[in-house]
Design a protein around this ligand. Structure first.
Ligand SMILES: [Zn+2]
Length: 565
């Protein structure tokens, strides 16, 4: 008998054991007479009798809801054993018990072992209570009671049953907590993503003037898992800020003639001139696909509310006009060394604007900063930073997938860190975009080789995340982790990476190296293993599964490490 089948047998047999002891051989011998020989055995049996009822209820709770329907079981007592043989039900229970599944089965085996020993003494088989040769059996029972055998068996049985109950109870409690957490505490990344996309398209408009030096816009990646405390999407939208660094250089020798090198800012996306809008216009902004939730609500601005909104938003000088040339505005700013909101850019439809806040420069200097890619940092980052980066980047994938900020084939070369003059490398990850180069030319060569891989990958953004998690775990690039056995030479470099990732995700090594949660996160990303039919991040259910099974795990790992360290 293997796996969960034993649980079905236990459930079917438990009442049999109880009734056999209580009314042995059709009431010829009463419990009282049996236990007259050993009061302790009687107490052990009484405890076991109570425990077995709890055990039965607890084990039945492990069954997925509606499972009695799956196998056509009419009542709880009928066909209970078959229920545990059903592979679908087995899978559901395995999922519920997670890492404790093997222990659970071992315990069940143990319970069954004790039950078998008791039944043997009592002369009970799985089918029926033996009625013949009572006197001979009674002698056997008396002997077992005298030697304390039955008492020991009942005590062992009771103890193991209790552990079994605790284990399944914990599994269900954890599940409830996870469901609770996932239901009420998931941040609205679709709103963040919509805003990030808006920020990109508006910022792009600021560089339309000819300047010889390329402009790079770097967006700081944020976990944003605490952004769930807002009652509605609009409140979240209003509170969202993006840390953006503008630069005239990108790891290259700075242009001496440039008026500025780096500017650190906060950028906020706001509905343009919200207070002056008629309701019709306001809802047309809200009706963009991602904010469906907001469009259902009818928003009415009372005069008081208008004033409140005006106060919350940055106060613009009446003559302040939208920024036309961001490069020039930043140049002027450097000279004045001003902080706070220095202007806004507006989108083509004049529906949304980006307010740009200058941050105080830490020590005035005109020296260029340096940028370092994650690819070049891999071997040098501490475990703590690796866990933090893994968590932030994973969370960012849900915020930035299919926006201009993140390519489908993103990787360690796309994640950057900043190093201020004379300072350490700041561990906050960024993604960077050059606005003066036409989009689409950048990675064309790379994209071609990745076509083959993409055919095999169910979700490229998550696959890329899985690869990065592997690289962060080992502090090595996926190329360096490859072996000749990974193969894929016919399919090009990208395919061999694919096979390396596949091998590592199946390997126990990643679990040993990074632990259960991290290992599971890697496996899920690489295999797109989320138990979902749709594997498109636009599907809310899939996105939630990714959040619960990858991001929440990485967050837990990072928090745990930080607590210990
Ligand atoms: Zn410029």
């Amino acid at each position: 008998m293997s796996g969960l089948e034993i649980v079905g047998v236990i459930l079917g047999t438990l009442p049999l054991v109880v009734s056999a002891v209580e009314q042995y051989a059709n009431g010829v011998y009463t419990t009282k007479r049996i236990f007259d020989y050993d009061k302790q055995a009687k107490r052990a049996f009484t405890r076991f009798r109570t425990e077995q009822a709890v055990c039965k209820n607890q084990l039945l709770q492990l069954l997925p809801s509606g499972s009695t329907g799956i196998v056509g079981i009419r009542s709880q007592s009928e066909g209970i054993e078959d229920l545990w043989k059903n592979p679908d039900i087995g899978h559901a229970i395995r999922t519920r018990l997670k890492g404790n599944y093997a222990i659970f089965v071992d315990m069940a085996q143990e319970v069954f072992g004790f039950m078998k020993a008791i039944m043997e003494i009592l002369g009970v088989t799985l089918d029926k209570v033996l009625s013949g040769a009572e006197s001979k059996m009674m002698k056997k029972i008396k002997f077992a009671l005298k030697r304390g055998e039955l008492r020991d068996l009942f005590e062992d049985l009771e103890r193991t049953v209790r552990s079994l109950i605790t284990l399944s109870k914990q599994a269900l409690e954890l599940e409830t907590t996870a469901v609770f957490a996932s239901k009420y505490r998931r941040p609205e990344f679709s709103v963040v993503r919509d805003c990030a996309e808006g920020v990109y398209s508006i910022l792009q408009r600021g560089w339309e003037y000819d300047c010889r030096v390329p402009h790079t816009v770097s967006l700081r990646l944020e976990a944003r898992t605490n952004d769930h405390s807002f009652d509605d999407d609009d409140d979240l939208r209003k509170s969202l800020k993006f840390r953006v660094i503008f630069s005239h250089t990108h790891g290259e020798t700075p242009d001496e003639k440039s008026s500025w090198h780096w500017k650190e800012t906060d950028v906020q996306l706001i509905d343009h001139d919200r207070s002056d809008k008629s309701e019709g216009e306001a809802s047309s902004v809200l009706q963009e696909p991602i904010s469906k939730k907001g469009s259902k609500k009818s928003v009415r601005f009372t005069p008081e509310a208008k004033e409140m909104i005006a106060l919350q938003e940055p106060i613009f000088h009446p003559t302040m006009k939208p920024i036309q040339d961001l490069c020039k505005s930043i140049g002027n700013l450097q000279e004045e060394n001003r902080t706070g909101c220095f202007g806004f850019l507006i989108d083509a439809e004049k529906k949304r604007r980006c307010s740009i806040y200058s941050l105080p420069a830490k020590g005035i200097n005109q020296e260029p900063w340096s940028v370092v890619s994650l690819a070049s940092m891999l071997r040098r980052i501490t475990r703590s930073d690796r866990l933090n980066i893994a968590f932030i980047v994973a969370s960012s994938v849900l915020q930035l997938y299919r926006t201009p900020w993140l390519d489908e084939t993103w990787g360690k070369e796309d994640i950057w860190f900043m190093q201020r003059p004379g300072g350490q490398v700041d561990p906050a990850p960024f993604v960077s975009r050059q606005f003066s180069t036409p989009q689409g030319t950048r990675d064309d060569a790379l994209r071609c080789t990745n076509v083959a891989r993409n055919k095999l990958v169910r979700n490229p953004w998550l696959f890329a995340l899985g690869v990065l998690l592997i690289e962060l775990c080992y502090g090595m690039s996926i190329e360096d982790l490859g072996t000749s056995e990974d193969g894929g030479s016919e399919g090009g470099v990208a395919s061999s990476e694919f096979f390396t990732a596949l091998r590592i995700a199946q390997d126990d090594g990643i679990y040993t190296e990074a632990g259960e949660r991290y290992g599971d996160a890697v496996r899920r990303c690489i295999h797109c293993d989320f138990d979902q039919r749709v594997t498109n991040l636009d599907a809310e259910e899939f996105r939630q599964a990714v959040y619960d099974r990858v991001i929440a795990s990485l967050e837990a790992d990072w928090k745990q490490f930080r607590a210990i360290a």
